[in-house]
Design a protein around this ligand. Structure first.
Ligand SMILES: *Cc1c(COP(=O)(O)O)cnc(C)c1O
Length: 446
């Protein structure tokens, strides 16, 4: 398994004189020589677009800029580039300019759920912290396309400090997810500083880093980086492989270093039409991932961001893929398929249905083979009235340092110490017809 193959050697030769293996594997060299214009692309891959194609591409790049590392470029199958998953994820398509009616610049309302610049606080106990505004490769399917390229910069310490202060002052935050851009485009020293500051905050239990560098710039994962990260455990690292072709020898080497460093590794794929909307491709991908100690974490339905309509599949495609995985392969190789709901609704899991019917004390299920089974529930189950007063409880559930517990959402309806009996959307017509009774509506007291 040569990490620097003939094809790469030839490409490197066209990019710069006299490139030896050492330089090719230097992540800073890769960044300095990232391809950011169509001309260079044409030269390197020996392609010539027609004037018409060229005009469309220029317009696309003006709106959504282009950047590809030489490494990722070298994975493109030039014989069949139109169908190549690497090409499709990295090379602009004029379809990006076609906006569907329901497209939005910020479908996930990340900017609106932002208490201070750089932080998205959506879920009760964790925040997203944008620590970098730059990436080594601009994925064409980026959900934060609105931001790509406009401020291709690293936030300075004053800006980052504001985010750190917010986290320090918000004691419910036990999990901080560093994202961007790509946090691994920061220098080791800068990232070390951010991690050190976060580690000083007592209520921060877990830090996660989301990075695509193992896929598009695997040489970024150096021994020095791993040694620095190890000082800040517990640290979870999530990456973003979408296709088995991306799991190259170099990518595997990067994953090995991270796994040997002791970081639990996860993968977040995006379901993309023409790239991985196929049960066989996804099965191959998850198998390659677990073989490299990466746990498939999420499979995302493609967001409603602007310029992604050509990548979107129907939800049924995702369900079909999950159907082909559950039961058919190792449980830990199955990602959770989620739709990140517009307007900040968060990630909502979607699954094939396994519960077919339900009678008194009996559940009817079907398994992955289509075999229909029944499960007998107990004839008598004495429900325990739970008023969340654990001191009087007979269950061995006396959690140390129990937090004060407040149920939210659906959980509220299941709880016994909260007399909410329904959750009603704010603009429910039936309830707004009940003039004068509005006061009786149980409001979620969030
Ligand atoms: C995805 C996401 C998280 C993390 O969600 P998990 O389900 O815990 O992985 C946190 N905050 C925001 C805004 C997110 O989009």
């Amino acid at each position: 398994m040569s990490i620097f193959n003939d094809h790469q050697k030839e490409l490197a030769g066209k990019i710069a004189d006299d490139v030896e293996l050492k330089k090719w594997k230097d992540w800073k060299w890769q960044l300095r020589h990232s391809v950011r214009d169509i001309d260079t692309f044409e030269t390197l891959l020996g392609i010539k677009f027609t004037p018409e194609e060229r005009k469309n591409l220029d317009e696309t790049v003006k709106r959504f800029p282009l950047s590809i590392t030489p490494y990722y470029l070298s994975l493109i199958d030039t014989e069949d580039r139109e169908n190549d998953p690497v090409w499709m994820q990295s090379f602009p398509s004029p379809s990006e300019l076609m906006h569907a009616q329901y497209d939005m610049p910020d479908p996930l309302a990340e900017d609106r759920d932002s208490p201070v610049e750089g932080i998205t606080h959506r879920y009760p106990d964790r925040v997203l912290f944008h620590v970098s505004n730059t990436c080594s490769m601009y994925c064409r399917h980026c959900t934060r396309k609105r931001k790509v390229g406009d401020v291709d910069s690293i936030p300075n310490r004053t800006q980052i400090q504001k985010g750190i202060d917010y986290i320090a002052n918000t004691s419910v935050v036990r999990d901080v997810l560093l994202s961007g851009g790509d946090p691994f485009l920061l220098s080791d020293r800068y990232l070390d500083w951010i991690l050190t500051e976060l580690r000083k905050i007592e209520h921060v239990e877990v830090i996660r880093i989301g990075t695509r560098t193992p896929v598009v710039l695997p040489y970024r994962i150096t021994d020095e980086l791993v040694a620095m990260l190890k000082k800040h455990q517990p640290l979870w690292i999530n990456t973003h492989f979408n296709h088995p072709r991306e799991v190259t020898a170099s990518a595997q080497e990067a994953l090995r270093k991270l796994a040997d460093g002791g970081f639990p590794l996860g993968n977040q794929s995006v379901l993309l039409a023409g790239v991985n909307d196929c049960p066989r491709i996804m099965r191959r991908l998850v198998h390659k991932l677990v073989k490299n100690r990466v746990r498939p974490y999420y499979l995302y339905q493609c967001d409603l961001s602007e310029g992604l309509s050509h990548f979107r599949t129907p939800v049924s495609k995702g369900i079909e893929i999950i159907e082909s995985l559950i039961g058919h392969t190792s449980g830990f190789a199955v990602p959770r398929y989620v739709i990140d709901a517009p307007d900040g609704g968060g990630k909502i899991p979607v699954m094939p249905n396994y519960l077919i019917s339900w009678g008194t004390n009996k559940v009817v299920l079907r398994n992955y083979e289509g075999v229909i089974c029944s499960y007998k529930e107990p004839d008598s189950y004495k429900p325990v009235f739970c008023d969340r007063n654990c001191d009087d409880c007979k269950l061995q559930l006396k959690l140390d340092e129990a937090d004060e517990y407040k149920a939210i959402g659906i959980e509220k309806l299941l709880s016994y110490d909260d007399d909410t009996y329904s959750l009603i959307p704010q603009d429910n017509e039936r309830f707004s017809r009940r003039n004068g009774e509005d006061d009786d509506i149980e409001e979620d007291d969030q």
